[in-house]
Design a protein around this ligand. Structure first.
Ligand SMILES: [Zn+2]
Length: 378
């Protein structure tokens, strides 16, 4: 069982699970199509689900169970995920997948099994092995209410270590900018560092998304000041915004200046190679096509090496750096959530851990005992 990319006649792509003879697994294929079309999920979401479900089906086969009957044994699946590689080489003494990865795979399996219940492929009793609280439900509760049981606690969930945000430091960013030989590369670094854009969001930007004007009303946009719009689309370079909800991200003068320099650099592009995409190949062939997500990582790898940094800077480190800077400057969880395009506010709260200086300041703001009070006389 492996995950494969499928292109529909309309050009829309999604990922599915194929067996050794390249045939899709019917129920899984229907579920992944539902995620892509019925739920308007991103192509990358179906990719993640397909990889998880391929592992699930592989494990079911290894224990000789049909996936419909595997519910009571999912605890073993959690262990299998932690200690077995995809290729059957026997158990590993050290974990091959961490708690976060295992929980992500289990979330995909639960989603698939819930869909199977909704479609009548599986008895709704199957949900009781997935969630701890379902046995508390009264029989008269309608299925629709059961289907909204995200709030129930999953039975199969490993405790995850506290999230660590690995920021690029200001010195590292300055070194990257200094090592960049082209205005385009300085804009790429700056857009992630000063606006917190994800890699897919940056590479999916079109010229019409950039509103770097004091007033964009002539463009039919009422958002004041320089900003850009993050919009999810299906792009030929496989760059995609994660969230289906569009958002606006304000730009500061430094980002606007860097963009203007890039526009001037790009003006020399042959008219045949013009593109509506903002970030395109300028110095490698094919010229003018939107940059691939892997190409952006390669660029940061080259810049990190040229700047002689002791570690390679990855796109998400620049985004973390932005979020941490906003939090340090007093940004609140709801502001961070909107700026970063998080689905859940808990994702934004990891940036709000107070620094030692803020903790010291919080204590210093408490009034000190005044002379003459009983406890200061001793
Ligand atoms: Zn706008």
């Amino acid at each position: 069982m492996r995950a494969f990319l499928v292109r529909l006649p309309s050009g829309c792509r999604y990922w599915t699970v194929l067996d050794e003879t390249f045939r899709p697994h019917p129920e899984v294929d229907e579920f992944l199509l539902h995620v892509r079309l019925g739920r308007d999920g991103a192509e990358s979401t179906t990719q993640s689900y397909a990889i998880s479900l391929a592992l699930f089906l592989q494990w079911c086969a290894s224990i000789g169970k049909d996936w419909r009957d595997a519910g009571p044994y999912l605890g073993r699946f959690v262990y299998w995920l932690q200690h077995y590689r995809r290729d059957p080489t026997g158990p590993s003494a050290t974990a091959v997948r961490g708690p976060r990865r295992v929980n992500s795979i289990m979330a995909a399996v639960r989603s698939f099994l819930r869909h199977a219940v909704a479609c009548g492929q599986l008895s709704k009793d199957a949900l009781t092995v997935l969630y701890e609280s379902l046995e508390m439900l009264r029989p008269e509760i309608e299925f629709e209410q059961v289907a909204r049981q995200h709030r129930f606690r999953s039975r199969h969930r490993l405790s995850e270590p506290a999230p660590v945000t690995d920021n690029a430091s200001d010195d590292e960013v300055a070194a990257l900018l200094g090592a960049a030989r082209h205005a385009r590369d300085r804009f790429i670094v700056t857009a992630m560092w000063r606006m917190g854009l994800r890699r897919g969001e940056l590479l999916g930007l079109r010229g019409s998304d950039i509103h770097f004007l004091p007033n964009s009303s002539v463009l039919g946009c009422g958002f004041g000041g320089a900003h850009l719009h993050v919009v999810r689309r299906d792009n030929p370079n496989q760059a995609s915004a994660k969230s289906r909800r569009s958002r606006v991200v304000p730009a500061d003068w430094f980002t606007v200046q860097t963009y203007d320099q890039y526009v001037a650099e790009r003006a020399f592009l042959d008219p045949d190679h013009r593109s509506d995409f903002v970030v395109v190949n300028l110095f490698t062939t094919p010229v003018g096509v939107p940059m691939r997500p892997g190409g952006l990582n390669e660029l940061l790898h080259r810049l990190s090496g040229r700047a002689e940094l002791p570690r390679q800077i990855l796109p998400h480190m620049l985004r973390h750096s932005f979020a941490t800077s906003v939090a340090a400057a007093g940004g609140t969880a709801d502001e961070l959530r909107e700026l970063l395009g998080h689905a859940w506010i808990s994702s934004s709260q990891v940036y709000l851990h107070p620094s030692p200086d803020r903790l010291r300041g919080a204590v210093d703001r408490v009034p000190s005992p005044r002379p003459g009070q009983p406890w200061t006389d001793q």
